[in-house]
Ligand binder design. Structure first.
Ligand SMILES: Cc1ncc(COP(=O)(O)O)c(C=O)c1O
Length: 389
């Protein structure tokens, strides 16, 4: 194995602080390394493989599409793209979709859409996107400018103008930060990369009301929390508000790269030529995403997500060394009593449990939404052993 690490170090740009393991196979909630060791995957490739590794329904749809039509570009019509947009608009209640390739490019589309809306409805001076401190919206220059983490931004300055950040949790802070140049407020309902920090429904509703009062758009970045992860199709559903624009990506095609920017009629202001991508919404990834949606519906995955969330939350909360557990659905953060998250995460790997540390004292759990009750019990006992070690 160390031979692969050395080869990687010789040819791959060192942007990732990788965990020392190479996986060769996955099945359901399980991953296997080169030596055949089994790991219970409670991270699902960073909240991506929501209907399990090597999902047969997704694999069959992709294999079929691969032999029919792989790519023609967006110069032409393809049926899977339209069918997926029909499903996403039905499920979200939003009106239209632009397909991108991942989370960052879905957010780029959302930012451009907000600017276009500001320009069209209020004039050239309405362009700013206001996001939150500790948010994460991607690594392209614009999405990095929207990301409220100065540590990630500093070495790439100057960043594109037209972005601002405000502290979360207090609506008055947002009210004060919305100004004449604001076109949109962009928010995650639960900050995933920011440490698994959920925002209260009342707070999110107040932001919606503030956006209405100020006549600015509300964007929900559902890249991590969307597509069932919080127990509903989209994370705002059940929280008593609706965004104007929303983005999804990670779990949409269970591991194939895809992103989507959805908007209501009011915000659907792109004209022909305003935005484009060569690969976005290709037939293969759209067939994969359609199969994911079918799997979530037919295997009652949302109900399983909620039941397993309760089980995991209760089990983790009862462990010595866990101060609290926060998050929604199967996006949970175990807040440790001490800054031991890195050490505990590493001990988990040794114990055959994949999780990750998102803060010095927070370990993130984001297993496949198809995880079974028995597997959740195993995850809790492996985590307990790692904590005790
Ligand atoms: C909320 C959120 N937005 C955007 C992104 C960026 O997505 P991608 O890595 O696919 O560009 C992420 C990735 O973690 C995310 O969690």
């Amino acid at each position: 194995m160390s031979e692969l690490f050395a080869r990687e170090a010789a040819v791959i740009m060192p942007t990732y602080g990788r965990v020392p393991v190479a996986f060769v196979r996955g099945e359901g909630s399980w991953l296997f390394d080169e030596g055949g060791k089994a790991y219970l995957d409670c991270l699902s490739g960073l909240a991506v493989v929501s209907v399990g590794h090597a999902n047969t329904r997704v694999a069959a749809a992709v294999a079929e599409q691969m032999t029919e039509l792989v790519h023609v570009s967006n110069l032409y019509y393809t049926e899977p793209q339209v069918r997926l947009a029909e499903r996403l608009t039905q499920l979200s209640g939003l009106a239209r979709v632009f397909f991108a390739n991942d989370g960052a490019t879905a957010n780029e589309a959302a930012i451009k859409l907000a600017r276009r809306w500001g320009q069209k409805t209020k004039g050239a001076d309405s362009y700013e996107v206001l996001s939150l401190v500790d948010s994460f919206h991607g690594r392209t220059l614009a999405t990095l400018a929207a990301t409220g983490q100065p540590g990630k931004q500093k070495v790439f300055e100057p960043l594109p103008p037209g972005f601002g950040q405000a502290k979360g949790h207090d609506p008055d802070v947002i009210a004060a930060a919305i100004g004449p140049s604001t076109a949109a407020v962009m928010i995650e309902t639960t900050q995933g990369e920011g440490g698994v920090v959920p925002f209260e429904a009342a707070y999110l509703q107040e932001i919606r009301a503030l956006c209405n009062e100020a006549d600015v758009l509300m964007i929900v970045d559902d890249v991590q929390a969307g597509m069932g992860r919080t127990g509903s199709w989209f994370s705002w559903q059940g929280l008593g508000f609706e965004p104007d624009i929303a983005t999804v990506a990670k779990a949409l095609a269970n591991g194939l790269p895809i992103g989507a920017c959805l908007a209501n009629e009011r915000a659907s202001v792109f004209d022909a030529g305003d935005h484009a991508t060569t690969f976005g919404g290709g037939p293969v990834v759209c067939r994969a995403a359609l199969a994911v949606i079918e799997e979530i519906e037919e295997s009652e995955v949302l109900a399983n997500c909620l039941a397993r969330s309760e089980q995991l939350l209760e089990g983790l909360s009862a462990l010595d060394g866990v101060a609290s557990v926060r998050g929604r659905g199967l996006l949970l953060g175990a807040v440790l009593g001490q800054d031991r998250a890195a050490e505990v995460t590493s001990a988990c790997l040794d114990a055959g449990l994949v999780v990750n540390n998102v803060r010095p004292n927070v370990v993130r759990f984001a297993p496949p939404l198809t995880i079974t009750a028995d597997e959740v019990d195993q995850a809790i006992s492996r985590f307990a052993a790692a904590l005790a070690g």
